[in-house]
Design a protein around this ligand. Structure first.
Ligand SMILES: [Fe+2]
Length: 342
């Protein structure tokens, strides 16, 4: 056990009867569940209301803003003019803070190991033996006048050559999030069109991708979706709601139009059975170095804590979280480390 593990029970989840055999297929053959899982099967996305209690979600939002202020570079949550790249650590145009140990801040781990979040993924995969991504956190500032444009980048996070339901992505929404507040937009029901789409579009030139597990929709691709009746939906949520989507569901995020910031923490889980021992060893290394993994929980790609600013290593150096996580036993299992066979 790592020295970061403490004996807490508040986030432990104990259930019996989860065997993995009832893993959702999201192909229309799933049974009726009578809850948000039916939405996921039908629409390719779902909202789990109140996965995190509202007050706790708002306190996580507080800690998220406090992290930015801790860099002491001029950002102040009460001064909208300080939403400026010169006063912030490097946050990409899509709002993601990827470096500086941020994927391992204590509050990020607290969100990942919230019982309501973990339970949702256990229900989908029908197992407690899960691993979680060390993904970015997202600052969707309402005041974007000094920030680079966030242009649409509709995509699937899955290799078209590996069809079927493979990965469920998620994010915990921390602030009120209405139609104008920015955030996740999804193409409803298009997960079920994915195989037809890729058959019809196999000769379409691809948008360059940094990983095979990404497919970007061209204008022609977007037209295909429209011609097949798929509709884009901006998902709305309250603080503490967990947004889930099938990796095949086309999606991206839209910038805020009103005065409300949007703060979110990505939480993607998969069964540890889907990861190889090699994956788990790479993931352990990512945990120990406190770097990110993107949304893939099997650490398909690992990141760095050195941000690039205008093509140069950022002057802000932080290679460990401001507050290192103290993991419960349940959370530590989600790192995958206990599943490594020596
Ligand atoms: Fe994505």
């Amino acid at each position: 056990m790592s020295s970061t593990v403490t004996e807490t029970t508040s986030t432990q989840v104990g259930k019996i009867g989860l065997t993995g055999g009832g893993r959702m297929k999201c192909d229309g053959t799933d049974p009726k569940y009578g809850d948000w899982r039916d939405d996921l099967v039908r629409d390719g996305f779902a909202v789990v209301k109140g996965a995190v209690p509202r007050e706790r979600a708002l306190s996580y939002a507080n800690r998220m803003l406090g992290l930015l202020e801790s860099f002491n570079t001029g950002y102040n949550r009460n001064d909208p003019s300080s939403v400026h790249p010169d006063k912030l650590p490097v946050i990409n145009e899509k709002g993601m803070l990827l470096n500086y140990g941020a994927p391992h801040e204590d509050f990020v781990w607290d969100v990942r190991s919230e019982p309501g979040v973990v339970n949702a993924f256990e229900k989908v995969y029908d197992t407690e033996d899960l691993i979680v991504s060390f993904d970015a956190i997202n600052y969707g500032f309402s005041n974007r006048q000094n920030l680079p444009a966030n242009k649409p980048w509709p995509h699937q996070d899955q290799d078209p050559d590996r069809p079927g339901f493979r990965c469920l992505q998620g994010l915990v929404n921390l602030l009120p999030n209405g139609p104008n507040d920015g955030g996740l937009i999804v193409c409803k029901g298009a997960h079920l069109l994915s195989e037809d789409f890729h058959r019809d579009m196999k000769d379409e030139e691809r948008i360059p991708a940094w990983t095979k597990e990404w497919y970007g929709f061209t204008e022609k691709g977007m037209q295909w979706l429209q011609d097949h009746g798929a509709e884009w939906i901006k998902v709305e949520a309250e603080p503490g709601d967990l947004l889930l989507w099938d990796s095949r569901t086309p999606h991206y995020n839209v910038p805020a139009k009103g005065k409300q910031d949007r703060l979110a923490i990505y939480t993607c889980f998969m069964p540890v059975a889907d990861a190889s021992q090699e994956d788990l060893i790479r993931k352990k290394d990512a945990f120990e170095r406190r770097v990110g993994t993107t949304h893939w929980p099997n650490a398909l790609h690992t990141g760095s804590n050195v941000a690039q600013r205008n093509g140069q290593p950022d002057k802000i150096v932080r290679d460990r979280p401001l507050h290192d996580p103290k993991l419960s036993e349940r959370a530590f299992k989600l790192t995958g480390i206990p599943y490594i066979k020596v």
